[in-house]
Design a protein around this ligand. Structure first.
Ligand code: G5P
Ligand code: MG
Length: 218
């Protein structure tokens, strides 16, 4: 069992379950979850200058420029000098990955591999609570009351980039940009692949793997 600080990355195609698996990691381990997509959506929700700048990229399913992402994530990481953390959705390009490795020792990279046809079906049923980033699915993990967040009672919404055309584009961009990242993480010995068609199947493997690095809290 290693005892040093746990700094991990979770990767996978759009809607492969990064948010779902991350929320279980946070539940079972003392780890802070940072989702780059949630950070960007919060800026859009609050109508900040950054939110205005990135909205078009997100709604069209395109990647936000590296410099914007690197500044945003760096600022958040600086606030957590002594915490275990899990980065979800960052890095997404080789540049981002190299910068992260330069600034932080990374413990491991959890790569979720879910068939694309499974993903396309899931997205149709996704609803989110915008201010917390909580994620639901009408079939897999429905809220207690349809359209309402379990914790706050506020309304749920569908993501602007979850329409079928944008999802197709996001999957294409993912497929065409991911190889250099995987190569880097393979070469550095950090990459750990998890295959499955459901998050439950993947979670069993992830839980066992993460337990090699940190002790579960429950
Ligand atoms: P995001 O927000 O990082 P994506 O596209 O990488 O977006 P996304 O869509 O958030 O990833 P996820 O987190 O991998 O997906 O998946 P999830 O939300 O947990 O699960 C998807 C749905 O499936 C949910 O409804 C869930 O309940 C359901 N589900 C989970 N497991 C199962 C299961 O076993 N069965 C079933 N039936 N359902 C299940 O990034 C968004 C945008 O921000 C920009 C880009 O524009 C990006 O497109 N961006 C960046 N740009 C550049 N660089 C970066 N680093 C960027 N980060 C974000
Ligand atoms: Mg997500």
């Amino acid at each position: 069992m290693r005892t040093q600080i746990f700094r991990a990355v979770i990767m996978g195609a759009p809607a492969s379950g990064k948010g779902t698996i991350s929320s279980r990691i946070v539940k079972y381990f003392e780890v802070k979850h940072l989702s780059s997509g949630d950070m960007l959506r919060t800026h859009i929700l609050n109508n900040t200058a950054l939110g205005v700048r990135v909205q078009g990229f997100i709604n069209e399913g395109r990647l936000v420029p590296d410099d914007v992402m690197m500044n945003l994530v760096n600022e958040e990481l600086k606030k957590l000098p002594n915490d275990n953390w899990l980065l979800d959705g960052f890095p997404r390009t080789r540049n981002q990955a190299e910068l992260l490795l330069k600034n932080y020792p990374i413990t491991c990279v959890l790569n979720l591999i879910v068939p694309f046809e499974v993903i396309v079906n899931r997205v149709k049923g996704r609803w989110i609570h915008p201010s917390s980033g909580r994620v639901y699915n009408t079939e897999y993990s429905p809220p207690k009351i349809a359209g309402i967040d379990d914790v706050t009672g506020e309304p749920l919404v569908q993501r602007a980039d979850d329409n079928p055309e944008t999802v197709k584009k996001r999957l294409q961009i993912y497929a065409s940009t991911i190889e250099p990242l995987l190569e880097l993480y393979q070469k550095t010995g950090l990459l750990q692949n998890f295959h499955g068609e459901t998050s439950d199947e993947i979670w069993t493997q992830v839980f066992a793997y993460v337990s090699n690095f940190i002790k579960p809290k429950i």
